[in-house]
Design a protein around this ligand. Structure first.
Ligand SMILES: [Zn+2]
Length: 299
């Protein structure tokens, strides 16, 4: 609590400033610690922002670890963080609540990954497939665009942002090279995965992706679809059904045990689980590569 006299002054100031503050809602942002503030909507974008800003800016992730980002619920307090941000990095279309908050608050600078990357049409025929970050070369494009935006918001640290982006670009190029080499010679190029997140990865590295569920992890497969997958697993001698960390492995487990094949984790990297804080985008992508190599007999 403030001592009473100061509090009185503060109240007087707030009353005087009320017309200025109304409708602005600047509860967070540059003011707090002098740093610029960045809000990101889900993990891969948060990773990009953190890599580039280092200690120069505060990065807030709207999707907390352990939460599946599709159809995120956004409490008003979090929505308010958007209006206070110097840069918002999001992907329109993936999280309607975030899109709505951005539309309401019109923050100063918005980098929309869906405008940076050419999104592919979804296999379900409705809308677009949001999972571009599983192609590292596409995430690199978003990093370029974000670097430009944060450099505008905070020109004093422009050189550092550029250097950090150069380093990230190198890491993503190296990762891309590892994938190309790793899957160059596989006995099977078919991936059976739990939800339809891996088409960008499949397209980039010439792998055929067969999802159990749809674009969103909670989309239920039909019995007919499950039968087709079973036939494919038998005829192509597929060794592994992939599940993921944030969504239930039940479907993948059932399918795998029915067909006497293994299960393994292939992570769509939509978010970190609370327990894997030592993991990051790069390490999870390398885990994915190892899992694909093992399942496909690529080594
Ligand atoms: Zn997804």
């Amino acid at each position: 609590m403030q001592p009473r006299p100061r509090a009185t002054v503060l109240v007087a100031l707030l009353v005087a400033a009320a017309p200025l503050l109304a409708g602005c809602g600047r509860s967070t942002g540059a003011a707090a610690d002098g740093k610029v503030s960045v809000v990101t909507s889900f993990y891969p974008l948060q990773y990009v922002a953190q890599r580039i800003v280092g200690d120069h800016a505060d990065v807030t992730g709207l999707t907390k670890p352990g939460v599946e980002p599709h159809d995120l619920d956004l409490p008003p307090r979090q929505a308010a963080q958007i209006s206070g941000a110097d840069v918002v990095l999001l992907e329109k279309g993936l999280q309607p609540a975030v899109d709505q908050a951005v539309a309401n608050d019109s923050p100063k600078r918005v980098v929309d990954a869906a405008k940076v990357v050419t999104l592919r049409a979804s296999d379900e025929g409705k809308g677009q497939d949001p999972h571009f970050w599983l192609d590292p070369t596409l995430l690199a494009l978003v990093a370029q665009k974000f670097t430009a935006a944060i450099s505008q918001a905070d020109p004093a640290h422009k050189a550092d942002y550029r250097a950090a982006n150069d380093k990230l670009q190198t890491d993503l190029t190296d990762l891309d090279g590892m994938f190309r080499d790793g899957v160059a010679q596989c006995r099977s190029r078919a991936l059976v995965v739990s939800h339809d997140a891996f088409n960008y990865l499949g397209e980039r590295y010439d792998l055929t992706v067969h999802p159990i569920a749809g674009l969103s992890p909670d989309a239920e497969p039909s019995p007919r679809h499950l039968k087709q997958l079973g036939d494919l697993i038998r005829s192509d001698k597929i060794t592994t059904v992939f599940s993921e960390r944030l969504a239930s492995p039940k479907l993948a487990d059932t399918l795998a045990s029915d067909l006497h094949v293994r299960t393994a984790v292939l992570d769509p990297i939509e978010g970190l689980t609370s327990s894997d804080s030592s993991s990051d985008y790069l390490s999870l992508m390398k885990d994915n590569l190892a899992a694909i190599e093992k399942a496909g007999g690529c080594r």
